[in-house]
Design a protein around this ligand. Sequence first.
Ligand code: HEC
Length: 101
Amino acid sequence: MSARTLLFIACLLTTCAHAAEVDGRSIALQCTGCHGTDGNSQGKTPELIGKAYDQLARELKKFGAGRKHPTMMDRVVRSYTWAELKAAAEYFASLDEFARD
Ligand code: HEC
């Protein structure tokens, strides 16, 4: 294996390691279009603020496994990795309930 190939592989590995660090807040921002700012929904979409991490994760897993019949969350879940959904759920669970309107 040439030095160039090794360098290429090393770059790939670092990119992967970097991609594994998911920013929960930036993923969560993509959820707020439907779930409201900070998951504080004003409409029919369920609120995400005030829910514990385990509860959010359980719902997301259900959508992913087709165990729940959603209108759109099955499609949302399919467009993210579990690491990204986990990071978003951690972010929503970390929000301060007192920050609600
Ligand atoms: C296109 C609009 C839309 C987007 C974007 C969206 N959601 Fe949802 N979400 C919904 C709707 C609508 C429901 C109610 C279930 C259904 O009908 O699919 C829901 C339900 C949920 C639930 C279950 C809540 C409960 O207590 O029943 C969770 C958890 C959730 N979404 C998390 C997320 C996360 C995390 C993201 C971002 C990665 C996200 N959603 C992005 C529309 C959306």
